[in-house]
Design a protein around this ligand. Sequence first.
Ligand code: SF4
Ligand code: SF4
Length: 435
Amino acid sequence: MSSTTAAARPPYDKQGDASDAARVAAAMRSFVREFGVTAAVHMEACVRCGMCAEACHFHVATGEARYTPVYKLELFRRAYLREAAPFAPLVRALGLVKAPTIAELERWQELIYDSCTMCGRCTLVCPMGIDIAELVKEARHGMFKAGLIPERLALMDRAARQWNSTATPGEDLPDILAEAAGQHGVAIPCDLPQADMLVTAAPAELGEHTKALAAAAKILNRLGIRWTMHSEGFDASNIGFNNGDMELQERLTRSLVDTAVKIGAHTVLLPECGHAYGAARWEAAKWYGRELPVRVIHMTEFLDEVITDGRLRVNKIGASATFHDPCQIVRRGGLEAAARRVLAALGFELVELQDHGVAGYCCGGGGGVVSNQRAAPLRQKVFDIKRAQVEATGARHFVTSCGQCRITLEQGAQRAKWNVLPESLLELVADHLAD
Ligand code: SF4
Ligand code: SF4
């Protein structure tokens, strides 16, 4: 691996010792595989209207043209025109479009890993319906194959391949859960041979955010649900999507569903962290090749259901609050109303951010950007957008329903010395259960 230090060039990392030519060939092979009908239609449809530029927080925060969504895809588009477009042989023969070079791929790394959270805000405004976030995901696949991803993400990828989870080997889970149970005074079942619900965790909930795990346990125990966590399938992760390692993502997601089936569970409960939602809720059936044998449900959806149907009662807090909408749960997941119903049940007077719901700005850390340390300065610029919008509401509470957004926003607040910390919707519910 290597990392450039040249001041004039964006940073990039390399994995393995393949030659430059082999890296370019690997990336191109992967791109061509990704150019299915949907990608092709999207590549052909762009009318260069520029509307997506003002939707992207990285472009808005910096004003730099290279951070416009459409520019981020330029290399992918060139690969398409040369390899898969209707007149590709002619384009190649006449040299109408240049083949991507290793230097361009290296520079591209910053554009599709450091400055794209795959949040889909650009997709929302595109008049042609082009799913830029999805195309970035496909482009990352080629970069992974070429050994050209940020080293922080590559490190996590190697660990996940070895452990079959992002940050915790399965054999450590019983001890971690026992410690969290003792610390928070709540029972957290592990490795039960039979259960109705398999409960999963985000990596941070097994480390710095065990309170969220304990909050889930408190609620599930109150409801009398027969649930368990399981060392064979517990990691609610999208690390493969983030890195471009689709084989890893499939393995991680399948382990959740397979474990649920093994213990007879009819439901997989995803944690408050929303980053696994896309993989487990929308993509898993594709890998299975049929309808999933279990229901996959996000924590916010679950809270909404049990509060709305009266199974769970909460006390009212009675204060003003504003809410950060996590992209993967709300814009790409459709759970905008669910979180608001839970906030209302808690008696919050909701003061919406200027941009909220499906149009909300990303926290700046999605798509693996929060794990990519070298992207921190860029992330901080994006954080300033959110900070200004939160301050403008004057609300007393700043709430979100995604643990990963919370980590990103906490880091941003810490760096900015801003004295407002985001609160977890799940933890607020657990802390205000009615007797
Ligand atoms: S998906 Fe989000 S971060 Fe990526 S280009 Fe679009 S708006 Fe920007
Ligand atoms: S909004 Fe859509 S059509 Fe317009 S430039 Fe962006 S990707 Fe192209």
